[in-house]
Design a protein around this ligand. Structure first.
Ligand SMILES: Nc1ncnc2c1ncn2[C@@H]1O[C@H](COP(=O)(O)OP(=O)(O)O)[C@@H](O)[C@H]1O
Ligand SMILES: [Mg+2]
Length: 307
């Protein structure tokens, strides 16, 4: 899961060297510990690198037509800074899993840990833990009566950040997601891709360490989607955030991920976890490499076996 030391900033420039400021080590399982030892520091315990953990998670929905076993015995450990793509057929429990990870939905059984802490204390959610999460859904869900900058800075307003600081942060984020010049525009004046950029900027506004995204580019045309994938890759590298990204598209999943988690339906379980050891940053051309295509093919075969 070692990410390359080469990172791209949001402007697309390539920078080689140490991880950007604020980035969490993505390699603490390996070179991070070695480095700490060289510096005379005690090596961090391996579990320190785990950002999110699901253990024995099951989810049962009670409906009028009976019981739906949406997830069963899901175990998943996600490293800090890792990019996880979650794929599977419609109805296999991807959204349920993401909502459980984010604390929006309690599991029926099992535990959900963020930074080693349970996000539930009995039936009560730990709201401190939730501050680490940024969420992006398929619909941008911007407020139509707020400008782009106001929408992006809304989470900061809710956290009591002052007006000048909010404006500065919104401008910075607009720059980062390619919306510079649109700070004062209203959502209706934006394309679908631009609205999703604004939703991503809003989710990044308070520097979440974990970004959870549920088919954020599902409604976009193929070319815009390619562009958004490249930008998300840059944002991930620059922010150092841990990302869990749900998608229907196997190509998109492989392009973005360090590991692809494939869910299988009824009940939703993890069928496989596939590492994607391709170097970063990845260009769109990387998709035509033999290694990329072999991974995509393998995942497609697994999905076909389900039907
Ligand atoms: N609120 C709910 N109440 C009852 N059943 C639900 C609810 N949400 C999802 N389900 C069911 O749980 C299963 C998984 O759904 P979901 O997590 O939305 O899957 P996906 O995102 O992979 O399409 C489906 O069978 C769906 O019908
Ligand atoms: Mg879904």
């Amino acid at each position: 899961m070692t990410r390359e030391a080469t990172t791209r900033d949001a402007t697309g420039d390539t920078a080689t060297g140490s991880a950007p400021a604020g980035a969490a080590p993505a390699d603490s399982a390996g070179t991070g510990s070695a480095q700490a030892e060289r510096n005379g520091l005690a090596a961090p315990p391996p579990e320190a690198a785990v950002e999110l953990e699901l253990a024995g998670v099951s989810k049962v929905y009670q409906t009028r037509r009976g019981v739906v076993e949406a997830l069963k015995d899901v175990d998943l450990s996600i490293q800090r800074g890792e990019f996880i793509s979650l794929v599977g057929r419609s109805g296999c429990g991807k959204t349920t899993l993401l909502r459980i990870l984010s604390g929006l939905l309690p599991p029926s059984s099992g535990s959900v840990l963020a930074g080693g802490q349970s996000i539930w204390r009995g039936a009560n959610r730990d709201d401190e833990a939730l501050k680490r999460f940024g969420l992006v859904f398929q619909e941008a869900n911007l407020f139509p009566w707020f400008t782009v900058a106001e929408n992006i800075a809304l989470p900061l307003k809710l956290r009591g950040v002052g007006k000048a600081a909010r404006r500065a942060r919104a401008a910075e984020l607009c720059q980062q997601v390619g919306l510079q010049g649109f700070e004062g525009a209203y959502p209706r004046e934006l394309s679908g891709g631009m609205r999703q950029r604004a939703a991503i900027a809003r989710a990044l506004s308070y520097n979440p360490s974990i970004l959870l995204m549920d088919e954020p580019f599902g409604a976009l045309d193929a070319l815009t989607r390619d562009k958004m994938n490249l930008e998300l890759q840059s944002i991930h590298a620059a922010a150092g955030a841990t990302v869990v990204f749900v998608t229907h598209s196997i190509t998109e999943a492989v392009f973005l991920a360090d590991r692809v988690v494939l869910l299988t339906p009824r009940p939703g379980r993890i069928r496989s976890v596939t590492p994607v050891p391709l170097p970063r940053p990845r260009s769109l051309q990387a998709q035509s490499s033999a290694q990329f295509q072999a991974i995509v093919r393998d995942l497609r075969i697994q999905l076909d076996e389900e039907s």
